[in-house]
Design a protein around this ligand. Sequence first.
Ligand SMILES: [Zn+2]
Ligand SMILES: [Zn+2]
Length: 344
Amino acid sequence: MKALVYKGPGILELEERPVPVPSKGEVLIKIKKVSICGSDLGAYRVASDRFRAPLVLGHEFSGDIEELGEGVTNLTKAQRVTVNPMVLCNDCFFCERGEGNLCGNRKSMGTAIGGIQTHGAMEEYVAVPEWMVVPIADNVSYEAAAMLEPCGVTLACAKKGFTEDEKNTVVIGAGPIGLLIVKFLKALGVPNVIVSDILDTRLEKAKECGANQIINAGNQNVEEMVKKYTDGYGADRVIIAAGVGASINQSFQLVRNGGTIVLVALMHEHVEIDPMEIVGRGLKFLGSYMFTTEMAEAAQMLADKKLEVEDLITSCYDLADGKKAFDVLNDPHNTEIKVQISIS
Ligand SMILES: [Zn+2]
Ligand SMILES: [Zn+2]
């Protein structure tokens, strides 16, 4: 089979690899679509221990079950599926309480998390344990299904710290993650969703996704605008979906006293904060990492037509042109939102 192999920053090469054989309890999946994640792009830009080469990237994907390993009982051949990419130990304090996203022994497809390369889906076939598979309904496209992993991340984030009386929520950053969060905040019933970004194209998309107010941080004063949209008090909740360290201190300026800040963006820099902001104003500062049940919940929302995600897919490339897809996203002037790779 063909596999797109990451060999280090800027290097992706098409290789021939043997088709995996599903072990006991595993299924073989023929991959259809893979979405490129911001974290895949990060690896393409800068070397990181989380993405040690050589590695097949891709943890957002869909496909068909091609073959069942011994002992697989809950899935069938030709079934349409996606996969929760977290490879859990299923045997620790966190896994036992249903918080597998916090499992310390966790590995993850398309990454080297846990110190070992776990190959992802930018190849024609993968074999995964049955329990990682999330079936998709017939009316859900492969394109949409390959968006369900970030849907899990963003639905869990939208729910983090949410309260029924929440009126105003700010989302910092209108990339694919920020835009999906906007959709889920509206689905949860938040009346006023305010989005800030520096790109007008993304802010326009945020409006289409349901944002009530948009702020261009490049030429507008975000703090002033948020105060204006929240009766002068600041937002009930601020969600940071931009991986820029400065947005942490900005969130203190945008949240109201007693409000909640949720950090979902992965940041790889140290940030200095004034702890008195948190104590003296009674703030809650929450981290939102991955998800537990939310990928399956989002799959149900897609099947029930309560969620649409295909509007965020802006381009699709064949596996052979996979490197081109990364180069396009790497261009600072690109206007892409979600880019997919078509495998078969
Ligand atoms: Zn991702
Ligand atoms: Zn565990």
